[in-house]
Design a protein around this ligand. Sequence first.
Ligand code: HEC
Length: 145
Amino acid sequence: MNIKLILLLIFIPFFSISHEVNIEDKSVEKIVKERMANMSKIKAYSSKMYPLAMASEFDEIKLLNEELLHAAKDFKELFPLGSQGGKASELIWGDRETFDLYNDNFIKSIEDIGLSIENQDSVSLMENFNIMASNCGTCHKKFRN
Ligand code: HEC
């Protein structure tokens, strides 16, 4: 076998592994900025939703809730290996199972708000809004520095 081919065979697995775990510094910065922007949006949408939930403004709150759901789903994907930074706790990469669970609980609570809106149910809307909002503190306490 020629030497170039042998070297190639030795290094192919190395390249593919290192590609997965190492992210360039520049893209890490970009990812951190993106997830911070994402959280700012989550804060803005949820603050706007509160008075609308209180007033049972189903049509208006529906649009904001859909935006909130997108932002929450995107947020979960913005923590690839090696993207430590910002105020994100190191623990996110140490206990991914719990972090994923908290994200999924958050996403589920937003979907439940969607059901209350569909059913035009003011009481469950407020209940589900409060459950959604309680997820913010639960996650920050454990996973935000
Ligand atoms: C599953 C975890 C999780 C949930 C749920 C969550 N957050 Fe966060 N939040 C974080 C993490 C992690 C950061 C730090 C991100 C970083 O700096 O890289 C953060 C950062 C923030 C920031 C700072 C953004 C910035 O520009 O620095 C705000 C504001 C915020 N969250 C508000 C909220 C609100 C409001 C809710 C609920 C409606 C919420 N968060 C729900 C994990 C969560």
